[in-house]
Write a protein that binds this ligand. Structure first.
Ligand code: SF4
Length: 351
């Protein structure tokens, strides 16, 4: 193998993507971009990065913001734990570190919400510490070129990948090296049908030479997806003068601290005639008269380990039930609350 570091840096000089967070060594902005880009495509993440840096240009402005406002700014990106941790960590940096970002990998790793990958990205890009980042793109490139057949999900495989990446990293330009290998994986050595015949590594690449491009990297068996069935009660939706009910999701569950409508979750999808006999429905509407106006089609929302099937029942009711954590609000004010992508979709479909 020729000098892998030099090759990949030369490729990056020509083909690397021109992105706003590549033009800064501000650890706060690098951190922000890394968190936004976890589980989000660059195209979608860009506008969020711009909004966030405009609204919260530094860690102190983010730390001072109320959590609800931060969640609202995050709305549509999904995986809200990222936003909550981001905000929480900003407060720790503000309170415990006097607004100063830790300047090395080990100290960064001590912060909640900053894992090995993010700590390596910040340490290498902002502080020139030779710490390799290992994400899905890097795993693909390394496993194919060097013929690594272990799964990253297993401790043994993880160790091998991290150690290989740290052996290869440029000591002079570690940040650039990390960006280069991630870009190469994301633009060139793509999961399906990469253009191996024109690749700079084709003479050395184990997978190409051994016809194993579609077999590497080795993946662990798929995780079982849990199906959940949500039935939302949307009160007085057809009368803009009346209020409806929103509930803050306080449980340790998906969409924590976001708002949605009163919810009945069941093991299977339920029809209206069955739903009204459900104990939770009876408890909620006890002593009240209601009338179903409309029900939505089934909404399907895919999360990493869960699949949500939801239906919205829009009903008139003589009075709104009083419950802890329930907020009576006008339809026109709902846009002030942070909500999940699925609720946002419903609001667009039923304005
Ligand atoms: S030859 Fe193909 S599999 Fe190997 S690094 Fe290049 S693009 Fe990836």
């Amino acid at each position: 193998m020729k000098d892998f570091g030099r090759e990949i840096l030369a490729w990056y000089e020509i083909h690397g993507r021109d992105l706003p967070w590549r033009k800064t060594t501000d650890p706060y902005k690098i951190w922000l971009s890394e968190i936004i880009l976890q589980q989000t495509r660059i195209k979608q993440g860009l506008s969020y990065y711009h909004n966030f840096t405009e609204k919260y240009p530094d860690v102190s402005s983010l730390a001072r913001a109320p959590e609800e406002e931060v969640l609202k700014c995050w709305q549509g990106l999904g995986y809200y734990t990222r936003a909550r941790n981001l905000h929480h960590t900003a407060r720790i940096i503000a309170n415990d570190q006097q607004y100063t970002f830790p300047d090395n990998y080990k100290d960064l790793l001590n912060l909640k919400g900053i894992g090995e990958y993010t700590a390596a990205a910040i340490a290498s890009i902002a502080f020139d510490e030779p710490r390799a980042v290992v994400d899905g793109n890097v795993i693909r490139v390394l496993s194919r070129i060097f013929g690594i057949k272990k799964s990253f999900d297993k401790p043994e495989g993880k160790k091998i990948f991290i150690s290989k990446a740290n052996d290869l990293i440029s000591k002079k330009e570690p940040g650039k090296f990390n960006q280069a290998i991630m870009d190469f994986g994301s633009i060139y050595c793509v999961p399906a049908n990469p253009d191996c015949n024109h690749c700079i590594f084709k003479n050395d690449c184990y997978a190409f030479r051994n016809d194993q491009v579609d077999k590497l990297p080795v993946r662990s068996p798929k995780i079982k997806i849990r199906k959940r069935y949500f039935h939302y009660l949307v009160f007085n939706w057809n009368d803009p003068e009346q209020k409806t009910l929103l509930k803050k999701r306080n449980e340790r569950d998906i969409w924590m601290n976001l708002y949605d409508f009163p919810l009945i979750e069941t093991e299977n999808t339920m029809k209206w005639k069955d739903l009204i006999t459900h104990p939770e429905f009876k408890k909620l509407t006890k002593g009240l008269i209601f009338n179903l106006r409309q029900s939505s089609p089934l909404y399907k929302h895919q999360l990493t380990h869960q699949q949500i099937h939801a239906r919205f029942f829009m009903l008139d009711i003589t009075a709104l039930p009083n419950r802890k954590n329930y907020h009576k609000t006008k339809k026109s004010d709902i846009s002030k609350y942070p909500v999940s992508r699925m609720i946002e979709k419903f609001l667009q479909d039923y304005p």
